[in-house]
Design a protein. Sequence first.
Length: 276
Amino acid sequence: MALLGAGGAGSALGVGLAAAGIAVTAVWSRRFERAQALAAQLPGAEALADPQAAAERGALVVLAVPDSAIAPLCAQLRWRAGQAVIHLAGAYGRELLAAAARAGAETGAFHPLQTFAGPADPRAWHGVGIAIDADPPLADELVWLARQLGAEPFPLDPAQRPLYHAAAAIAANGFVALVGTAAELLGRAAGLERARAVRHLLPLLRGVLHNLEQLGLPQALTGPVARADRATLERHVAALAQAAPEWQTLYRELCRAMLPLARERAAADPERLAAL
Ligand SMILES: NC(=O)c1ccc[n+]([C@@H]2O[C@H](COP(=O)([O-])OP(=O)(O)OC[C@H]3O[C@@H](n4cnc5c(N)ncnc54)[C@H](OP(=O)(O)O)[C@@H]3O)[C@@H](O)[C@H]2O)c1
């Protein structure tokens, strides 16, 4: 395999492959020192300064560059039949690799439902869903590859990739934004600086993840909406109106999203829930 791109996702993939005993022969990154740093972690891998030279070293070539750079990089390289090229983007399908397909290469998309930031850790792949779009035989190879990483591959209709990726962005990036908002409000309420507010939120968030893992939906939903506690919700809304009016709309929309789960959980009186 050849890895073109040594950022968060490329590094995580390289380290995951190395842990699974799969050889990465060549690594390229726009900045050579970044390719060198990743290649140093992958037994047998060589950092190359030229993307074409790197691509030629792989039967399977991974374009692990930002979404907007995939098609231009693919178009800049020479491809041949017998070679396969994949990208890691969630919101796009194989259309980004049309230049390689025209030259006879197999093309595919391989998107991990995971977030990669900080030092690469092979355990980050365990149990991760991987949305695959490819034709056989590449599709079978990508399924095999995903399983070697300890991940769980599934096919995804290319037309559904934008919606699928919006879901991933809500869960991952939306979650971080919600924590940022909660930390800001906690800071205003208790005079805590942001890092400390986040630290105090972490046990709560771990509890939520634990409940989601152990109980699933809708049981993991607790709080005033699940209890149909109108008086407490009114206190929240009044406090936000006074101290943080910019977050009122978000709070109301989140409560709206909780309602179907609360109805499904049926922990509260249905009439009081309907009144909410
Ligand atoms: N990070 C994640 O959590 C995650 C999760 C799932 C999927 N993905 C997907 O993985 C792919 C890579 O994302 P990433 O987060 O790893 O990106 P990243 O950390 O920003 O790394 C990007 C890599 O591409 C190179 N690069 C940046 N701009 C480029 C350009 N215009 N032309 C050519 N190379 C360029 C960078 O080179 P230098 O740094 O050397 O300049 C680096 O090697 C994307 O398709 C993304 O959707 C990412």
